[in-house]
Write a new protein. Structure first.
Length: 239
């Protein structure tokens, strides 16, 4: 058993998606894995390809996007460390309808799909975990479609609220979390211009709902952020 195999197995033990596997199952899966370093801007999976691996990042970030006829990118997915991706297309042998690209220099662990399918057959809990992941992915896509009907302020508030639920840490001044991606990328993700995103951040901050410190966000009023995220309150009314 190599130290690299042990290191990958140890990493997988901390990833929720693989946490239900026992030590032997994780070691066997790690033995089939490939770990590579990728630079920002590299395409990991091209549009139209059928993924043969399930991927998870040890560090960095990836985005999933499709191109409009004019060449503009629409970002629909964003994953950081510990979030498996290309799961459903790989397991179902489906062609990817967009491109998955490295957004920040990354260390990528690629896990062949066949060993994962075998684990699904022998481990019902793992199979249920994958089914849960598929349902969550579907809900996420529905949320993205729903977001497109909201004003820019509500789109940003919805994103910030979800980030707060996923990764915030309570501090004396409020909930604190990292934005998760660069602001230019976030604008593409939300389907708004960088200028509109900047105005929306300023309005939220001027209204006392959030404090922005670089890439760090502090939520001062979770109640108001929730109201904005659901479109119950126009942003102009809080500034």
């Amino acid at each position: 058993m190599s130290s690299k195999q042990e290191a990958i197995a140890q990493y997988l033990s901390g990833v929720t998606f693989f946490s239900c596997l026992d030590d032997t199952e994780r070691l066997d899966l790690a033995a089939t894995a490939r770990e590579t370093t990728k630079k920002a801007g590299q395409a990991l999976i091209h549009e139209g390809e059928i993924p043969t691996y399930v991927y998870v990042l040890k560090k960095g970030a990836v985005v999933g996007f499709f191109l409009h006829p004019g060449g503009k990118k629409s970002i629909v997915l964003h994953y950081g460390p510990g979030k498996p991706f290309a799961v459903e297309p790989a397991l179902m042998s489906c062609r990817l309808c967009g491109t998955i690209e490295i957004a920040e220099d990354a260390v990528v662990v690629a896990l062949p799909v066949e060993p994962i399918k075998k684990l699904m057959e022998s481990n019902n809990t793992f199979a249920n975990q994958i089914a849960k992941h598929a349902m969550t992915s579907t809900i996420h896509l529905i949320d993205l479609l729903k977001d497109s009907s909201f004003a820019a302020s509500a789109r940003l508030s919805r994103y910030l609220f979800r980030r707060a639920l996923e990764s915030s840490k309570p501090r004396g001044e409020g909930l604190c979390f990292d934005l998760g991606m660069k602001k230019g990328m976030l604008a593409d993700y939300l389907g708004i211009t960088p200028e509109t995103l900047s105005r929306s951040f300023s309005q939220l901050q001027n209204g006392g709902i959030i404090t922005v410190k670089g890439s760090k966000i502090i939520v001062n009023s979770a109640r108001d952020l929730v109201r904005l995220s659901e479109g119950f309150q126009e942003q102009d009314s809080i500034t």
